[in-house]
Design a protein around this ligand. Structure first.
Ligand SMILES: N[C@@H](Cc1c[nH]cn1)C(=O)NCC(=O)O
Length: 573
């Protein structure tokens, strides 16, 4: 590649930077320096003066640049600092995402109902199984607090988020690939701040016709921001952790996001609370830090021009060239989440309806049992990711997750075994699935298309979940609160059909993950190999490459067809 300030030529393990050979990019000093130690500021100044003066139009180096240059982007600690701020990007937005759920009683309660709104704590608390009973009857405590929203309007707050996501994420993914992470993190974290602030500001228009449209606008802006922010977050993680602790990094990110949701259940007491908007602002500040770290790191590793070149060539029609393995992973994710998320949306009610009498469960204990799925996932995701990084077996694990989720729905549909057994099992299979499927995407597409691929997958996931929610709603029909025993029996039959529908999704997931394993085995089997095996293959490939001199552009075809090649990036420690 002929860049603006360097030529990278791969000669086996050696990389030529501006004609000088460094043994390995891993051990190469930061891009600007050729010594073994970071230079003093004076040395730095003179080095810059010597090597950059003729090109001073291109580069203006400040003291801050110098400090960043002293941090080795190839170091393990650098990418974990990137990961921390990357996690902080969505910590606040996940807090906001579930806010309506915590305040469901306040939103839907009526101030005229003796100020009680009929609340048993927030219905949405099922998500994490938290005891919100302390909030009982407090939602309309001043007889003015409740918003009197209809259930339909309340659900619209979530629906608009999901459908906006389904549409926006495709464009967002492509935009991020085209314009880079920096534009993405700024734009989408700003949309999150704007959306959450608009939602909070709607309170000022309480008791007017403007309140609900403003809330919807807030959720729409927030939805466009948060879904897309998740994609740029995944893209950053994929760049920094590919061939390293990729699955663990995805697991840690998921864990942080879930923590954001958990904190929401503890902190959000009323609609007036503006923690959500503040935490989104924190996300925006993290966006500034992560974009600086990402830009400087990429520059230090000498990848900036390569990434730019690849982005420049990217076209939306390139979607056609995404490999079959990618589509199989995307379908697997869609079918798996079609089974899990619609179940989670109704799990608490289902558990109460079916098992309430036998196990003396009330609303609250049913919520705890349902929440076990996410509790398990929050606790084990980073560790599972770490294991997957070491042992590989991503394809096999994805298949096993679908297979082992089938007994979960069989138990729920056809038996009276305690529901906690099923929800804990689901917590494990869901965590394994999330930790193995999402990080597989960067392994089957090039870095230049990670955003587009993540956007497409998220869109398919959201459309699938949206349709599944509608189907589940159709099966269940309208629930009669004062049902006779015969009607209750009929309702339980409907729940059984719902479980069978979810089970059918898992069977489809089994089929797609099975196909994925076959295709991957025929291709190169990389999804299932361990870290050790991969390192051995990389070393063997380096041996073959040794002695041949290939420029980055000549190498482009190989990079597309050989996922072992690091692509538009250098290997990092
Ligand atoms: N696609 C994300 C969730 C999301 C939230 N907003 C837009 N998308 C996802 O599924 N992440 C993994 C998980 O298991 O939650």
């Amino acid at each position: 590649m002929v860049g603006t300030h360097k030529t990278i030529t791969r000669t086996g393990k050696h990389t030529l930077l501006e004609g000088k050979t460094v043994t390995d990019v891993k051990s190469a000093p930061p891009l600007f320096f050729r010594g073994n130690h970071p230079p003093s500021f004076a040395q730095f100044g003179s080095a810059v003066a010597q090597s950059w003066q003729p090109q001073s139009r291109r580069c203006h180096v400040t003291e801050a640049d110098f400090k960043m240059a002293c941090i080795q982007a190839s170091d393990c600690s650098y990418r974990f600092v990137v990961l921390f701020f990357n996690c902080m990007l969505t910590f606040g937005s996940y807090f906001c995402f579930d806010m309506p759920s915590v305040l469901q009683d306040t939103f839907t309660g009526s101030n005229s109902d003796n100020c009680t709104s009929g609340g048993n704590g927030s219905a949405g608390a099922w998500r994490y199984g938290f005891d919100l009973s302390s909030k009982d009857n407090s939602s309309c405590r001043n007889c003015t607090d409740c918003l009197g929203m209809s259930q339909n309007n309340y659900n619209l707050l979530y629906a608009i988020y999901a459908w906006t996501n389904a549409v926006v994420v495709i464009a967002a993914g492509f935009l991020i690939d085209k314009l880079g992470n920096r534009v993405g993190v700024f734009l989408f974290s700003f949309l999150c701040v704007l959306g959450s602030s608009t939602f909070a500001a709607a309170l000022f228009w309480r008791d007017t016709a403007a309140m609900f449209p403003l809330m919807l606008l807030g959720r729409l802006l927030f939805g466009s921001g948060n879904g897309s922010l998740t994609i740029v977050q995944n893209r950053i993680t994929a760049y920094w952790f590919k061939d390293k602790e990729l699955a663990m990094a995805f697991g840690i990110t998921l864990c942080f996001s879930r923590l954001g949701s958990v904190l929401n259940f503890f902190l959000t007491q009323s609609f007036e609370d503006s923690y959500g908007a503040c935490l989104c602002l924190l996300g925006f500040m993290s966006a500034v830090i992560v974009s600086v770290l990402d830009k400087w790191g990429v520059r230090q590793l000498g990848d900036e021009e390569n990434l730019k070149t690849e982005s420049k060539h990217l076209k939306i029609t390139d979607i056609r060239h995404l490999p079959l393995q990618f589509w199989l992973v995307a379908l697997s994710i869609m079918f798996f989440y079609n089974g899990v998320f619609p179940f989670m949306a109704d799990a608490s009610k289902f558990i109460y309806d079916k098992y309430g009498e036998k196990y003396s469960l009330n609303d609250r204990t049913s919520a705890y049992i349902a929440g076990a799925v996410y509790d398990v996932s929050m606790l084990i995701s980073p560790f599972l990711g770490g294991m997957i990084d070491i042992f590989g077996k991503r394809g096999i694990l994805a298949f096993m997750c679908a297979l082992l989720t089938i007994p979960v729905f069989v138990i729920l549909a056809f038996s009276m075994i305690h529901p906690l057994v099923a929800t804990v099992m689901l917590g494990f299979t869901y965590s394994f699935a999330a930790a193995s499927m999402w990080p597989t995407i960067p392994l089957v597409v090039s870095q230049a298309t990670v955003g587009t691929a993540m956007g497409l997958t998220t869109s398919m996931q959201m459309i699938g979940i949206g349709i599944s929610n509608l189907i589940v709603g159709q099966i269940l029909g309208k629930k009669d609160e004062d049902a006779t025993p015969a009607e209750k029996h009929e309702q339980l039959q409907k729940w059984k059909f719902v479980m069978i529908f979810l089970l059918a999704n898992m069977l489809s997931c089994m089929a797609t993950t099975f196909a994925l394993n076959i295709v991957n085995k025929r291709r190169n089997g990389l999804l299932n190999i361990s870290r050790k095996e991969k390192q051995r293959l990389l070393a063997e490939r380096d041996e073959i490459f040794a002695g041949t001199s290939t420029t980055y552009e000549e190498d482009a075809e190989d990079r597309e067809t050989d996922p072992l090649l690091p692509g538009a990036r250098h290997r990092i420690n």
